[in-house]
Design a protein around this ligand. Structure first.
Ligand SMILES: NC(=O)c1ccc[n+]([C@@H]2O[C@H](COP(=O)([O-])OP(=O)(O)OC[C@H]3O[C@@H](n4cnc5c(N)ncnc54)[C@H](OP(=O)(O)O)[C@@H]3O)[C@@H](O)[C@H]2O)c1
Length: 325
């Protein structure tokens, strides 16, 4: 059992008070997302890794601390950190080769982003066969990881050829370079189209969701995912931190509600957000984007919170964006 103390600002009662929460970290749930791939139910995102200014040893230590908490799955993408995050992961895996067998790596392809290191005149999508194959080989080389556990098409591409994408992904699998594949930010129609070309083998759709972001409830994506028994990975569960930092009325309303419910459950508002996501029947896999292991442990503490059905709806309605008909 690991205990973490987290200092948390409660902003409902000025002057702001500090509350100490102690998290008893329970055993991490895991989830089978493909025949050969099992993920930790909470994933650590590395999008912001370059902003953390970690040196390689700090990255290695960070990965180990996540693993100690049971968070063994890490999310990145070719373009993260201006094409630099995969390289940082690679340096960590080179520094400590024991890491590879302890973790699962998720990365993404399909975006050609304007960058000083690239010659693209404009940012655009590219999901052609050669791009997917080359990009995957480069990601593996940069990460020194031999294979990728889950490979995702990062965004919808108006020029997508579903059969060509399916062929590329299946070829990568046959070559042993990836263990499973899926997509990210696809709407229900686009998901179904790719799913059908891929013989129902999409392992996930990685989508944005939080108490201020409901696009995928409204589009029917959650229902399509349930139909396929496909767990979504959830990005920006805390709206990139805005849930706790923004003074815009929508965020403040949600924050107050989260704080109220957190007090009831004697936990932190962050934990309540994760409990809200884990409550979904679709078996969502939230990706924490924090650089702080204490904040990651707040996410894990959500396994111990039992929200009531009504509390789930209180949060669903708090921002004022969703109405019950
Ligand atoms: N598929 C896609 O298109 C896509 C898009 C975006 C992201 N992603 C993935 O999803 C992961 C998570 O996204 P995210 O980073 O936006 O997740 P997030 O967990 O919603 O946001 C993380 C950010 O919020 C801050 N934060 C957390 N709790 C806070 C608090 N109580 N007060 C103030 N700031 C707080 C963190 O700062 P600290 O570091 O200081 O804690 C960090 O900057 C990414 O790393 C990436 O892997 C995927």
């Amino acid at each position: 059992m690991v205990l973490f103390e987290v200092n948390h600002h409660v902003s409902t009662e000025p002057p702001y008070s500090m509350v100490n929460y102690t998290y008893e970290v329970t055993t991490m749930e895991t989830i089978q997302i493909a025949p050969e791939v099992r993920f930790s139910r909470i994933v650590q995102g590395l999008w912001r890794l370059k902003n953390w200014n970690f040196d390689t040893i700090q990255t290695v230590n960070f990965l180990h601390r996540c693993i100690e908490l049971g968070v063994t799955t890490f999310d990145t993408a070719e373009i993260y950190g201006d094409y630099g995050v995969e390289e940082e992961i690679g340096k960590a895996l080179l520094w400590d080769p024991t890491l590879r067998s302890k973790i699962q790596l998720v990365t993404k392809t399909g975006i050609n982003m304007k960058s000083p290191s690239k010659s693209y005149r404009i940012g655009h999508y590219d999901t052609r066969y050669d791009k997917i194959i080359e990009s995957c080989k480069q990601s593996i080389a940069k990460m020194n990881c031999e294979y990728i556990d889950l490979y995702l098409i990062h965004r919808e591409d108006p020029l997508i050829d579903h059969d060509e994408v399916a062929r590329a992904l299946n070829d990568l699998k046959a070559m042993g370079l990836i263990k499973a594949y899926g997509c990210s930010n696809f709407d229900p129609f686009k998901f179904e189209a790719l799913q059908s070309a891929c013989g129902n083998n999409l392992a996930t759709n990685q989508i944005e969701m939080s108490p201020v972001c409901f696009e995928h409830f409204d589009s029917g994506m959650m229902d399509v995912l349930q139909k396929h028994h496909t767990p979504p990975m959830i990005w920006s569960p805390l709206a990139g931190g805005l849930l706790f930092t923004s003074n815009e009325p929508m965020y403040v309303k949600v924050r107050r509600k989260l704080e109220e419910i957190a007090l009831r459950h004697k936990t932190s508002p962050e934990t309540i957000v994760y409990a809200w996501l884990l409550y979904l029947p679709v078996k969502a896999i939230p990706i924490s984007g924090s650089s702080s292991v204490e904040r990651l442990s707040a996410a894990i503490a959500a396994f111990d919170v039992r929200l009531s059905h009504e509390e789930w709806y209180e949060i669903y309605l708090a921002s004022g964006q969703q109405r019950l008909r």
